[in-house]
Structures are given as structure tokens and as C-alpha cells.
Design a protein around this ligand. Structure first.
Ligand code: GLN
Length: 244
């Protein structure tokens, strides 16, 4: 039996718009395949045994929530970037994505340091909040390539030269509303503005993360297929009716 340990960073403060549902989706999809799945919840000050981790997740948060955890997170930069460089899959949503980049300048002007895994810089934009449904085309080899979700952010993220986006936006704003990019990918880490929860409605992205987790332990990326009719029905409904 495969074992999957998910490190969930800051579930108390970083959990907007059902972001915790991403962790539930990963656990369920692992259990449906007969894997032994567990979640380690990490709050500021906790020690993390990164060598035992198979996958990591950090959700979104309001500026003040990000400010509570930013210092603790940036103190983990060295050990986290070592784990990510070793192929650890990670999903970071919105406020979590911003802090996986170089830095986030919040609405009130204060600058929070990120861990710099993504070569991206975020500033709260002058144009108010970007709120609504998103449909995007993933740059990852996903079948189908469509990703659906919901965004709500003031931050505008600019990917630096050489930093790959996760996707191209078809409906919605994404990283900044100017260059058409959405999120970022580096190694097996995915950053995105898509809440929703994201993974229940995008089972191909959930399985991409699980496949990378499995590959890291066993060298084999193949996953047993699941009956995803409901998940794909939810995905199709969002893709067809992107109301803003
Ligand atoms: N506080 C950040 C912003 O407004 C992130 C928000 C979020 O995680 N939804 O851009």
C-alpha cells in the first residue's frame, strides 16, 4: 500500500473559499486507490519533517492573515526550497502562491518576504479587487488542458523572465490582467489564484500532483484511473458558464 503524507501549512489562517477542500480531494483520491493518506497540519513555530512529506499545500488568506504567517514561512525558506528542489509536489493558492514568490506588497504598503521558489513579485494593485470565475488553459500536460476556478485578489503578480506560468487565462484576470498568465509552475510546485475549491473540480490537476508524489517514492508515475463523472460534470458546468 502506498503511503501519502500531506503537509498542510497554516490551515488556521490560510483557508479562504474552501481551500481546505483541496486537501480533502487529495486525501480521498489517494484513499480511493487504497493508499494510506494522512495530513500533518503545520502552524507557526511547528517543526516539519520535510523528509517524510509526500506533498505540501498552502491556501489563501487576507492580507492580515498573510502578515501573521509570513515571517514563520520565510524562516522555512531553506528547508522548503531544498524539499521542492528534491521534487516535492506542492499546491499554493492565492495568498499562499504570493508568499511562495519573492515578495508580496499588501494594500497598506507593507512588504512581506516570500520564500522565492517562484520567480514572481506581487503588489496589491491600484485597480481594486479581481473577483470572479476563471477559465484557463494549462501549460502542464493535462487532458483536457482546461482549468476552472474562482479568483478574489487585490495582488497583481508579475512572473519574472524565465518563470513558467501554470496557465493562460481565457476568462478572468489571473496573475495581473495584462499578460494573460495564470499562476506559476516550478519543479513539481504549482502556484495559482484559483480557489473554489480547485482540485475537486479539476481532478486531472489533483492527479498530476499525486502522480508526482508517487513517482518521487516509487519511480512510477502511473495512477489507477478513478470514476470521475461527478467531478467532470462540475468542471464542464464551470467551463461552459464562466459568469463574472
Ligand atoms: N490578500 C491577498 C490579496 O488580496 C490574497 C487573497 C487571497 O488569498 N484570496 O491579493
Amino acid at each position: 500500500m502506498r503511503r501519502l503524507q500531506i503537509v498542510h501549512l497554516y490551515p488556521r489562517d490560510m483557508n479562504l473559499y474552501g481551500d481546505r477542500g483541496n486537501v480533502l480531494a487529495l486525501v480521498r483520491r489517494a484513499q480511493w486507490r487504497g493508499w494510506d493518506a494522512s495530513v500533518v497540519e503545520v502552524e507557526p513555530g511547528d517543526t516539519v519533517a520535510w523528509g517524510d512529506a509526500d506533498l505540501a499545500f498552502i491556501g489563501g488568506g487576507e492580507d492580515r492573515h498573510q502578515a501573521w504567517i509570513a515571517e514563520d514561512l520565510s524562516g522555512r525558506a531553506r528547508e522548503m526550497t531544498a524539499a521542492l528542489a528534491d521534487g516535492l509536489p506542492l499546491l499554493a493558492v492565492c495568498g499562499g502562491f504570493q508568499l511562495l514568490g519573492r515578495e508580496y506588497q499588501a494594500q497598506d504598503g507593507r512588504v512581506m518576504p516570500g520564500i522565492g521558489w517562484f520567480d514572481a513579485i506581487t503588489r496589491a494593485g491600484p485597480r481594486g479587487r479581481h473577483v470572479g470565475n476563471v477559465v484557463a488553459t494549462a501549460a502542464l500536460p493535462l487532458d483536457p488542458p482546461t482549468l476552472v476556478g474562482f479568483e478574489n485578489h487585490a495582488g497583481e503578480t508579475v512572473l519574472q523572465p524565465g518563470q513558467d506560468p501554470l496557465a493562460r487565462v481565457r476568462v478572468g484576470v489571473g496573475n495581473n490582467g495584462r499578460d494573460g498568465t495564470e499562476g506559476a509552475v516550478a519543479g513539481h510546485a504549482v502556484g495559482t489564484y484559483l480557489h473554489g475549491s480547485l482540485l475537486p473540480k479539476n481532478p486531472h490537476l489533483a492527479d498530476w500532483l499525486l502522480a508526482k508524489a508517487q513517482m518521487r517514492r516509487t519511480g512510477d508515475e502511473r495512477l489507477e484511473p478513478l470514476a470521475d463523472d461527478w467531478e467532470w460534470a462540475a468542471h464542464a458546468e464551470r467551463a461552459a458558464e464562466p459568469r463574472r
